[in-house]
Ligand binder design. Structure first.
Ligand code: GUN
Ligand code: ZN
Length: 434
């Protein structure tokens, strides 16, 4: 096969470590006039244009961007495909919101044509917003995952998804059984897990909608196949937490339910964790589990403020999630804008470099994919973005007043959204052009 080599010249920024561990200055690399070289879908070199260009053949294909920033593709560690059509549903908090809006909306995925249509809209929306990898909840119907993976495979995206397992406390039209959820999940795993850049996540919705039998079988699936993911929700809402205590009185608390059924581990991602206690954070850290911090959702559903400093204290893996449709935006830039306010309301700071980390390398670490995605290190997948400093008149004007990359980055995360994403590349292919 002929080598396809391309180079991209612009300002280039990526996270290389967690600012909480190494300090801000050592957490990133910035090249004011940088060059990113891509060979056959992988990054082969990164550096200053002045140093790298002389080492390359004179006829190399270089795309040069002015007033733009290249970053790694964003990683959304929690999002619901079948909730694309219900973003912005009025008035309820979690449990009523699920019954009033979510379950009826998800029921439409019984129809494969509907699943295909929404999967297409959903993937386009991810890419328009610069999200190149997402950890995705399907609906209870296997076809929600088939439609999604079929579309993701065509674009050679790195994506993780699973069919929801839910065998109680939901309408009959939307429940499976412990046995059918096991059989259907297993068939999806055999069909998709490890195919191209796709991975499967065992997906019990949350403790209240699974019987002990179903949670047992979820744990069994994890033990039967290597490198499977597990995704669920935890401690998002106070009424939800009370309900879990009623349903599982023999367990110490919410996390202990999942722990008992062997659902914690290095590829387990728990969405929200707004009301986790110290001991639960310690146990999550000890098992290598991760939390997906979903600020727009936590505001929209009135769930509460995630305590990132507590998670950092425990060295817990944290990624950022949109949680569409509880969340209100596909844009991780807008999600970081809200994350900043979550910290402000708790008297804490969120530096723009920590935000960049959360949306890239931090997400990759939460998903144990940091050798593949989340940075622009040579040898990783060429999943990257070109962000446009002049995406809107206000952004262009505001960025002219910025004095350094820290300020530029922070303003991009405050004023930026889908319009800011000029191009999205996945495995070296252009998959979105504004
Ligand atoms: N808890 C259980 N299901 C859901 C869901 O669909 N969205 C959110 N935000 N929380 C949940
Ligand atoms: Zn969710």
């Amino acid at each position: 096969m002929p080598l396809t080599r391309k180079a991209y010249r612009a300002a280039i920024l990526h996270s290389i470590a967690d600012p909480a561990e190494v300090g801000i200055e050592a957490s990133y690399e910035y090249f004011e006039d940088g060059l990113l070289v891509v060979d056959n879908g992988q990054i082969s070199a990164l550096g200053h244009a002045s140093e790298l260009l002389p080492t390359l053949p004179a006829d190399i294909d270089v795309t040069h961007y002015q007033d733009a920033l290249i970053t790694p593709g964003f990683i959304d560690t929690h999002i619901h495909l079948p909730q694309t059509g219900m973003v912005g549903a009025y008035g309820e908090q979690l449990l009523d919101w699920l019954n009033t809006y979510t379950f009826p909306c998800e029921s439409q995925f019984a129809d494969k044509a509907h699943a295909d249509e929404v999967a297409d809209i959903f993937i386009k929306e991810l890419l328009r917003n610069g999200t190149t990898t997402a950890l995705v909840f399907g609906s209870v119907h296997p076809q929600s995952v088939n439609s999604f993976f079929e579309a993701a495979r065509q674009l050679d995206l790195r994506m993780i998804a699973g069919k929801v397992m839910m065998d109680r406390n939901a309408p009959d039209y939307l429940t499976d059984t412990a046995e059918s959820s096991y059989v259907e999940s297993k068939a999806l795993i055999e069909r998709w897990h490890g195919k191209g850049r796709l991975h499967y996540a065992v997906t019990p919705r949350f403790a209240p909608t699974s019987t002990p039998e179903q949670l047992t079988l979820a744990g069994q699936l994890l033990s039967e196949f290597p490198d499977l993911y597990m995704q669920t929700h935890i401690s998002e809402n106070l009424k939800e937490i009370e309900w879990v205590k009623e349903l599982f009185p023999e367990r110490k608390g919410y996390l202990d339910v999942y722990d008992h059924y062997q659902l914690l581990g290095e590829r387990s991602v728990f969405a929200h964790g707004v009301h986790l206690c110290d001991d639960e954070c310690a146990r999550l850290a000890e098992t290598g589990s991760a939390i997906s911090f979903c600020p727009t959702s936590n505001f929209f559903l009135g769930s509460g403020l995630f305590n990132l400093p507590m998670a950092e204290k425990h060295k817990l893996n944290v990624g950022i999630g949109t949680d569409v449709g509880g969340g209100t935006s596909f844009s991780l830039l807008q999600t970081l804008n809200e994350a900043y306010k979550v910290m402000q309301l708790q008297g804490a700071r969120l530096s723009p470099f920590k935000s960049l980390y959360l949306a890239t390398l931090g997400g990759a670490r939460a998903l144990r994919l940091e050798e593949k995605i989340g940075t622009l290190q040579p040898g990783t997948d060429a999943d990257f973005l070109v962000l446009d400093y002049n995406a809107t008149p206000l952004l262009g004007y505001r960025l002219k007043q910025a004095n350094n990359i820290a300020e530029t980055l922070f303003v991009l995360m405050t004023l930026g959204d889908d319009r800011t994403v000029l191009q999205t590349y996945a495995a070296g292919n252009l998959v979105h052009q504004r």
